[in-house]
Ligand binder design. Structure first.
Ligand code: ARJ
Length: 419
């Protein structure tokens, strides 16, 4: 049988399996789903092409999808985020996987196209590169696809824009927009994992430093809250008045990046926008400033601008490049401007990915059962699924909460009663 995988080094499989078992021990919702759905196999007959960071948590999702009856073929959604040991463990366990850390752009798309060879019926995406590839490079495959899911904010934005132009040819569920995803993964997950990446790449002391968060959406807020907890003083830059206002009420300073660039010691971009840090910012940064990005795409830090100011550069630590500028000051770029939490660390902790991926899993089941009746476009997850999922997570953590009495249910529905 031809080899249906390409990974960096199969001999890493043993370590990868330990990583996966660690994640399983901290993803109780996924393990409950695996137990339940391995019996009913709602994904039997489905072929899932996935394009999502190959981490120990993703491996739990992949092996749960297979236990639920699906055939899987997988690629990583970022050239620098694949955990090679986990990829090896998945390959050794018979998963068709095409992923290794340090992919070139051509190799990235080669991997995606390999996962399309079995003509998927479902696509599971993070950043919409898989869906885009199907629509642009393999449109003949679209007729086999029932639907897809999308993990992240910028991927959902991209797909909504595509749907607005009538260019999205199958239904896609916006996983990111589930509260049990964005309000936990994007805030608490990104907040912790971004700093995990910064600290692994630099081992700097955060206390006392001036941290600049470019963006105060869910991710920027998470990064800022964790920075404050570690003793940094926080500056927030924004383009959205309400987000900036919230930052002031959370006790952070707010200013334009032109000013913040002069004061920051550590910068994290979390905007989803391009050209957030550009030439005029690098020119005024302090000697030793550290810049990195935690957005999905690597367009937030304008690296050609940084290169244009640079006299010399060297990799001084893994995932840490020192740019010596013509003005004599040094700027440190982490993870080549790619998402620092996955390229320089392991991404969000398993506990929070448990709910994100429970939404992905339920999205696949929903599409398998109802997808053929769903219209092409972006579909949201229901409030009841969010509350159901949060309830399971609470239960697995040993928490119980109150319940409305029948009288309270009646009151909530009635509107006549005033004060
Ligand atoms: C897999 C992860 C992990 C992790 O849900 C997060 C998001 O929105 C993506 C943006 O690309 C990354 C994804 N994410 C964060 N941590 N995916 N395993 N441990």
């Amino acid at each position: 049988m031809s080899q249906n995988y390409k990974v960096k080094d199969l001999s890493l499989a043993e370590q990868g399996r330990l990583d996966i078992q660690w994640a399983e021990s901290r993803m109780p919702v996924m393990m409950e789903f695996r137990k339940q759905y391995s019996k009913t196999k709602p994904l039997k007959g489905q072929r899932i092409a996935g394009c999502l960071h190959v981490t120990k948590e993703t491996a739990v999702l992949i092996e749960t999808l297979r236990e639920a009856g699906a055939e899987i073929s997988w690629s990583g959604c970022n050239p620098l985020s694949t955990n090679d040991a986990v990829a090896a463990a998945l390959a050794k366990n018979g998963i068709s996987i095409y992923a290794w850390n340090g992919l070139s752009r051509d190799e990235f798309y080669w991997c995606i196209e390999k996962t399309l060879e079995f003509r998927p019926t479902l696509t599971l995406d993070d950043g919409a590169d898989l869906i885009m590839t199907v629509h642009t490079r393999k449109p003949e495959y679209i007729k086999d696809v029932i639907g897809g899911t999308e993990e992240t904010t910028t991927g959902v934005h991209r797909l909504r824009a595509m749907a607005d132009e009538g260019a999205l040819k199958y239904p896609v569920i916006a996983i990111n927009d589930a509260e049990t995803k964005w309000d936990f993964d994007n805030v608490y997950g990104t907040g912790q994992s971004s700093w995990d990446g910064v600290i692994r790449a630099t081992s700097v002391l955060v206390a006392g430093k001036t941290f600049v968060s470019a963006g105060y959406g869910h991710c920027g807020k998470g990064c800022s809250e964790r920075a404050k907890g570690m003793g940094a003083n926080v500056i927030v830059t924004e383009i959205k008045p309400t987000a900036a206002l919230k930052a002031t009420l959370d006790g952070h300073r707010v200013m334009q990046m032109d000013e913040a660039a002069k004061h920051g010691d550590i910068f994290i971009t979390a905007t989803g926008m391009k050209d957030v840090l550009v030439k005029r910012h690098f020119e005024v940064m302090k000697d030793g400033a550290i810049v990195c990005n935690t957005g999905h795409y690597d367009c937030e830090i304008n690296i050609p601008d940084l290169e244009s100011l640079c006299e010399s550069k060297r990799t001084i630590r893994p995932n840490c490049e020192e740019y010596t500028l013509k003005n004599g000051r040094r700027i440190y770029l982490l993870a080549q401007g790619r998402l620092v939490n996955l390229a320089a660390a392991e991404g969000h902790p398993s506990e929070v990915m448990d709910m994100s991926f429970a939404n992905q899993f339920l999205g696949m089941v929903k599409l398998a059962q109802d997808g053929k009746a769903m219209k092409p476009g972006v579909h949201d997850i229901t409030e009841e699924q969010d509350q159901m999922l949060a309830g399971i997570k609470l239960r697995t953590q040993g928490y119980s909460i109150d319940k409305l009495t029948p009288e309270q249910v009646r009151y909530a529905k009635a509107y006549a009663e005033g004060t």
